[in-house]
Design a protein around this ligand. Sequence first.
Ligand code: ASP
Length: 592
Amino acid sequence: MYRTHTCGELRIEHVGKIVLLSGWVQRTRDLGGMTFVDLRDRYGITQLTFSMDEQPELCRQARGLGREYVIQVEGVVSERSNKNKQISTGDIEINVSKLSILNASQTPPFTIEEESDGGDELRMKYRYLDLRRPPLRENMILRHKTALITRNYLSALGFMEIETPFLIKSTPEGARDFVVPSRMHPSEFYALPQSPQTFKQLLMVSGYDRYFQIVRCFRDEDLRADRQPEFTQIDCEMSFVTREDVLNTFEGLAKHILREIKGIEIGQIPQMTYDDAMRYYGSDKPDIRFDMKFVTLQSTQESIHLIRGGHGFKVFDEAELIVGICAQGAADYTRKQLDELTEFVKRPQIGATGLIYVRCTADGTFKSSVDKFFDTEELGNWAQHFDAKPGDLLLIMAGKHEKTRKQLNELRLEMGTRLGLRKKDDYRFLWVLDFPMFEFNEEDKRWYAMHHPFTSPKQTDINALCKNPEHVKANAYDLVLNGTEIAGGSIRIHNKPLQEAVFNILGFSPEEASEKFGFLMTAFEYGAPPHGGIAFGFDRLCALLGGSDSIRDFIAFPKNNAGRDTMINSPSGIDKQQWNELHIQHQKHISS
Ligand code: ASP
């Protein structure tokens, strides 16, 4: 027997008991007469004591233990004179009578404690050691619990978890596929799924009317910060449902997870249309932990003309849109702080040409960066329109519609952060509804599905499909948490002619559509029920629940920012025989 208890288990009521523990040596402290060892396992840390007077040989052996040695000890649980309130086992220690080394360890390349001294790359290379640290361990526990709670919740509602294949077929929509060469079929390739989308729809055709799967998805996208080429979704689909049925079901799941994991009741999740999200927040995933809605002073699209012309201020005279936010209580921002904000919006990632501010001072007057052009009365009108109070700061941007809104969104988020309005433990969900069905891509001059090609247009917009694709709204929805999209889904198309029409708008010839998605359209001819679904980004959800911005910390073995696993050194070359078996030419062979 290796152990009677774990290293996180013993309490004051165990005093006097003889126990066996096994674990890793976190550190040893030699105080002359006594040697202390912190013994760690997944459950916690227990202090071991060795007395020079009573057991000199054992004590000497303990002094020789290196960090991360795996040991087994036998001893008696005793009350500590110096209690440690920080840890759950802090009332007791083990007076060791027997020690055996189960395995020695090299000195680890970084400290394996709450905080580590190791850099990112080093910790990634030795991920199995980093995973021993309590913060990562807590993340893994949180992930496990969230998965378990999700499975139980959905299963109780009659959802079945069904696996779908990983070796599928490359399709032209969405992101780039990872492909796998086939040995048995020369020059042919499988693709790894970007999501089980078409398979879950086929399961609906098969009559499994409530499906879910916690499933790995693969997308070969250019790596941006905190993207992983493989990631996990809670993927779901339901038959005979309206949009409201889907929203209610998964609002229930979101509430349940928050209650079980965080002990928080989130109440009813508000809903907002995509158009309003763009108008008031310049984003399809607004962070509603704070208000600071956009206020439009001028818009050629909406015929709003609150700014009288003729002041000689070109920036406004030439703008399609003049829009701003009111930062409450920020009128005392210093010149330096305002300059910082201007620099912030001028950064190439945001690309604004400038920022206009109006301080609403405590004495009811206004101080602005455009005093040369606008008098107090005019500035007062703006302030009134913003519903600003003395002490508030107006930040205004002007330019082209879409670009200006996007820029102001960045500024709004920055101000939210600066004013401490984006608290990590404040969980604000939002449904964003009625997304446009298509987006036009100026580069390749064609329409793309904003969600995916299987999303149904809103019933009321079906007639406009071919004539005015730009006006068609999709029956699609996103669930946003604190400004991050954590789930997205839609009611699907379930009949062949409509699916054909959508493929046509997306520029597929009938032959291409049938080559790539014929299986789905054929299935639609065999009694496809109305259906819809959603998928949650599971890694991101865990990160948000864990109060972190980084999904990497919630994946046991993630890739680094360059898409590499530096621990196993992947991707890597394959040997010549493998190249040959796969019937693909070795690059080096080609060039030589
Ligand atoms: N398959 C979709 C995605 O991965 C989600 C859905 O529509 O259910 O984004």
